[in-house]
Ligand binder design. Structure first.
Ligand SMILES: Cc1cc2nc3c(=O)[nH]c(=O)nc-3n(C[C@H](O)[C@H](O)[C@H](O)COP(=O)(O)O)c2cc1C
Length: 358
């Protein structure tokens, strides 16, 4: 029987165990949005995960919305990520990069001068986002992408996926959750386009289907995953019928042979998101959200998920796999240091000890 600590293959990537570090934005990139020495150390410390999924990483300056998030569009950024990938590989781990284009969930002061805020429609996100000093400010009204511009946005993701592979990153994950650009295309309230990229369900899913297809064609489908959270309301998402939207999306991409579908599982009235994924997707599933050892183990043992991911627990427990294996207590993360916005701030980042050092 499969358990949390048994190996698994997700697409073209072989994992030593099924415990995955969930993607987490930590706002500590360097001044040019490049990974720093501290980030190399942070990811190296967590390399015993079967797979690390990096923090959301912007494919272009336009895709940035938060302060000090890393990019994968400049040579310095690619070089920085190569050092991260190398450190994780040297420690025996595997690493995927989450590609995150924020779309309308953006504050101008956090972006490079001249970088625009774009979205499917000119509808602002109602949720404020922290500015450079950490104080939340209203997001910017986005400019609706012209029909002829959408191919170039997809091309940014393709270049980013290629750059990630050039840096030695094992795979990429398209962030289609949490109200960022792909989800803005998926959700009926944020996508009110009248062209072939909005309106009907088939048109709202098109951006994600075409982006995943293009990335798969560029680096191989076995190195491309996606992350979804049907029904989440974060960053102003309010899809009229998430069950219908995500069933259609998953059916449309099921034949691509992608590496995984990573589900952030939130409760939904009327449907269960894991059941929805299992009914419409035949590839590997990573389940996430509020898991304990026992819940995670049950999901793997029953075959409901191929792997599980942990967010909060990975902040304060760099050796989470070992703690889960031995039943050692889990350390609690300090929320005040989740996003410090300083590239050299090790507090609450690389200073959590392993169990052996406790
Ligand atoms: C500090 C922090 C930053 C996060 N950043 C991201 C992110 O960049 N991309 C993403 O998909 N999810 C992000 N998440 C969500 C986590 O990946 C995960 O889905 C969530 O924490 C629930 O899992 P958990 O209950 O194991 O923590 C973040 C969560 C936290 C706590």
């Amino acid at each position: 029987m499969a358990d949390l600590f048994s190996p698994v293959r997700l697409g073209d990537v072989d994992l030593a165990n099924r415990v995955i570090m969930a993607p987490m934005t930590r706002d500590r990139a360097g001044p040019d949005d490049e990974p720093t020495d501290l980030m190399v150390e942070y990811y190296r410390q967590r390399a015993s995960a079967g797979l690390i999924v990096t923090e959301g990483t912007q494919p272009s300056p336009t895709g940035k919305g938060y302060w000090r998030t890393p990019g994968i569009h400049s040579p310095a950024q690619v070089a920085g990520w190569a050092r991260v990938a190398d450190a994780v590989h040297q420690a025996g781990g595997r690493i995927a990069m989450q590609l995150m284009h924020v779309g309308r969930a953006s504050v101008r002061a956090n972006k490079a001068p001249g970088a625009e805020t774009v979205a499917p429609s000119a509808i602002a996100s109602p949720d404020p986002i922290p500015g450079p000093d950490g104080v939340p400010v209203p997001t910017e009204m986005p400019r609706a992408l012209h029909t002829g511009e959408i191919a170039a946005v997809i091309a940014e993701y393709v270049t980013a996926a290629r750059n990630a592979r050039e840096a030695g990153i094992d795979a990429v994950e398209l962030h289609c959750a949490s109200g960022y650009l792909p989800m803005q295309f998926l959700s009926s309230n944020s996508n009110q386009r009248a062209d072939a990229w909005g309106g009907t369900v088939a048109r709202r899913i098109r951006f994600v289907v075409e982006t995943l297809s293009a990335m798969a064609a560029a680096i191989g489908p076995g190195r491309v995953g996606l992350r979804i959270c049907p029904g989440v309301t974060f960053n102003g998402m309010a899809d009229a019928d998430p069950e219908e939207t995500y069933a259609a999306l998953l059916r449309a991409i099921d034949g691509l042979g992608l590496a995984w579908c990573h589900l952030i599982h939130v409760p939904n009235p009327g449907f269960d998101a894991l059941d929805l994924v299992r009914a419409n997707w035949s590839g590997p599933i990573i389940e996430n959200g509020g898991l304990t050892h026992d819940k995670a183990q049950a999901l793997i043992a029953s075959g409901q998920a191929d792997a599980v991911s942990f967010g909060y627990a990975y902040i304060a427990n760099p050796d989470l796999v070992e703690r889960l294996r031995t039943g050692a207590p889990l350390a609690k993360a300090d929320r005040t240091t989740f996003y410090t916005g300083h590239g050299d701030d090790a507090r609450g980042y690389t200073d959590y000890p392993t169990c052996a050092a406790d």
